[in-house]
Design a protein around this ligand. Structure first.
Ligand code: NDP
Length: 291
């Protein structure tokens, strides 16, 4: 039976670190790190995500400002809000909850956030910095996966990692971080041939396809580490349940270590968002002081 990589417990450790960073920023600089969260429309899943992020922020002493905008908000209206938040010295991190309604150009919105306030790490400058191996604000989900992986493998050097999925939010930044940790990285996606055999050769599999229980036990090398990013809602006997991209019961008989859904990557993502908020403050302070 595989070791369970407990995202809930690990995220509590990260949040403890964030809380002590927040206390230090208050003591030494009189700063209350503050996160602005912008939600356009009334998508129920997005509402839940936003509520959780704000709740966790408050628990660690991070201030929050919530902007709930009408589903019909125009590009110009959203741009004006982001400009104002960029200019507001009391706001250190800006998060625009995705996806946005169809009339809004997501890329333009992301690019309009100041890179030093881009706590999601999606701004093209931060994406480029990550690809170039520079210190930057890194997307939260892959950052959380790396903390989880380090728990199973203190040294990732030379490991073969397969990342299932190539999205800008998870797959691609995940691959960059694994490369930085000296892994040999394969990215697979919906057009890849024979994904199973590629996965079977991997020491590490990161599942981020958004396909319910896509990855079964015969895809996994005995002893491999499996991180399940997927969140898929299913209904069993009228009850809503979340499952990952990995067939947990079967794969945990083969893998050496595995993260569950729920209680795995989800809590780590929020913890890393708050970690990024304190990092954003530090970046802004160092710019202020000309470092
Ligand atoms: P996207 O839909 O943007 O990307 C999915 C990727 O998986 C695409 O690259 C796609 O390939 C690939 N893919 C789809 N089907 C298959 C398949 N059968 N075999 C191989 N590859 C496949 O999703 P995201 O990256 O945004 O999210 C992935 C999953 O992670 C979702 O379930 C999402 O809910 C979850 N998630 C969880 C988070 C957390 O905090 N735990 C945070 C973010 C996401 P192609 O490019 O060819 O279409």
């Amino acid at each position: 039976m595989a070791q369970i990589i407990d995202g809930k417990a690990l995220s509590a450790q990260v949040l403890q670190q964030v809380a002590s960073d927040v206390a230090l920023l208050k003591d030494e600089h009189g700063i209350v790190p503050t996160l602005a969260v912008v939600l356009v429309g009334e998508d129920p899943a997005s509402q839940v995500y936003v509520r959780n992020k704000i709740k966790r922020a408050r628990e660690v002493g991070i201030g929050s400002k919530e902007y709930l905008l009408d589903a019909n908000t125009t590009q110009n209206e959203l741009a004006q809000l982001i400009d104002a938040l960029n200019d507001d010295a009391q706001v250190h991190g800006i998060l625009v909850q995705l996806p946005l309604p169809d009339q809004l150009d997501e890329d333009a919105v992301i690019a309009s956030i100041h890179p030093d306030k881009d706590v999601d790490g999606f701004h093209p400058l931060n994406v480029g910095a990550l690809a170039a191996g520079r210190d930057t604000l890194v997307p939260c989900t892959p950052q959380g996966c790396m903390i989880m992986l380090h728990q199973a493998h203190p040294d990732l050097s030379g490991k073969h990692a397969v990342v299932v999925g190539r999205s800008n939010i998870v797959g691609k930044p995940m691959a960059m971080l694994l490369l930085q940790a000296n892994c040999t990285v394969t990215i697979v996606h919906s057009r890849t041939r024979d994904i199973e055999s590629l996965c079977r050769h991997a020491d590490i599999v990161i599942a981020a396809a958004g396909r319910r229980e896509l990855i079964d036990a015969d895809w996994i090398k005995p002893g491999a580490t499996v991180i399940d990013v997927g969140i898929n809602a299913i209904e069993i006997e009228g009850k809503r349940k979340l499952v990952g991209d990995v067939a947990f019961e079967a794969v945990s008989q083969v893998a050496g270590a595995i993260s569950p859904v729920p209680g795995g990557v989800g809590p780590m993502t929020i913890a890393c968002l708050l970690l990024n908020t304190t990092r954003a403050v530090t970046r802004q302070l160092s710019v202020e002081h000309g470092a």
